[in-house]
Design a protein. Structure first.
Length: 338
């Protein structure tokens, strides 16, 4: 047990160090367009990471995870348009999503809804947000100076500024660095959380809820907290997404956004936090590359690639790591016998 934990600690530490060095030095070497495009990848990675935690570690199949991503985006837009600087607005994005998740989670988990019903409820609530905000146009439907804009969305959202200095805005490369470092911090936070007692209780709740209850743990409260933590991470990504494109509209609540997140986690591998992030980057890059070719429809080509990947690796990209470990262990055993 301790050996596995030490190996995981070294693995996560290595990932964090390498990713942090890359986040600091690589963006300044990129052309502006690539830096802007990679910022979008990073923002979407928050959504993938949040679902990887909620579904892969908490066992909560959330069909509407993009709902929290959208809440965070709208919260950031409203906060910054009303004069708050971006750092505080990002915190508001995470808090707004987390508080809504706590409220929704309370009714779902303390109401003892079945897992399949929870999935449907999250999807339905996400689509309700889509319809409500889509029909929120009009001068009277605004919060402070921020007009919700209906299906036209909210344009002119201020970009990220230097933390706690609203007079200095970050350049595209600096925005990428800031966003990437924030993603690394979230990854590290969730990884640390999984190693602590909270993570062990979460794992026990996922594997055998009845046994966890008999041991004295309130599984309903545990699931509600996991749900809220995942929502906060998604909300943070939503705020970065709104800042990146200076625009947000109800499409962030639509079914395609949530279904994309499910694909990223399935391809990356449930039970891992890094795999879905890698899958997000890989699929978004493929989408960009396929969009430029005319031989075959990009959506068809992307669909074929995803189906082949899922069939080849039903446990996701995380299976590649397990396969390499198995080969390494077999080689070690052969050397020991020799």
């Amino acid at each position: 047990m301790n050996a596995n934990r030490n190996r995981s600690t070294v693995s996560v530490a290595s990932i964090v160090v390498i990713a942090s060095v890359a986040a600091v030095f690589v963006p300044s070497m990129l052309p502006m367009f690539q830096a802007i495009q990679m910022t979008q990848f990073v923002a979407l990675s928050f959504l993938a990471l949040s679902l990887a935690y909620v579904w892969g570690h908490g066992g909560i199949m959330c069909f509407g995870q993009a709902m929290f991503f959208g809440i965070g985006g709208y919260a950031y837009a409203i906060a910054t348009i009303n004069g708050l600087e971006s750092t505080i607005s990002l915190l508001i994005s995470a808090a707004a999503s987390a508080f809504f998740a706590l409220a929704l989670g309370y009714f779902m988990f303390f109401g003892r809804l079945r897992a399949d019903i929870v999935s449907i409820v999250t999807l339905v609530v996400s689509l309700i947000f889509y319809k409500l905000l889509g029909n929120s146009s009009g001068a009277s439907l605004q919060i402070g100076q921020a007009s919700l804009g209906g299906y036209n969305g909210i344009p002119g959202i201020p970009p990220l500024n230097v933390p706690f200095d609203s007079t200095s805005f970050l350049a595209p490369s600096e925005t990428l660095t800031f966003s990437a470092l924030l993603l690394i911090l979230c990854y590290l936070f969730l990884a640390q959380l999984n190693w602590r007692k909270f993570g062990r209780v979460t794992h026990a709740t996922q594997q055998n809820p009845l046994r966890a209850q008999l041991l004295g743990y309130d599984t309903r409260r545990q699931l509600m907290y996991v749900f809220a933590i995942g929502a906060a991470v998604a909300g943070l990504g939503g705020g970065l997404f709104a800042a990146y494109q200076n625009f947000i509209d109800p499409n962030v609540f639509a079914l395609p956004m949530s279904s994309q997140a499910l694909v990223w986690v399935m391809l990356g591998g449930r039970g891992t936090l890094l795999g879905p992030i890698i899958a997000t980057w890989a699929l978004q890059y493929l989408t960009l590359q396929l969009a430029g070719q005319k031989a075959i429809g990009p959506n068809i080509a992307l669909g074929v690639i995803m189906m082949a990947a899922v069939l080849a690796f039903p446990k996701g990209l995380a299976a590649l790591n397990n396969i390499s470990l198995d080969f390494w262990r077999k080689d070690q055993k052969k050397e020991e016998k020799a």
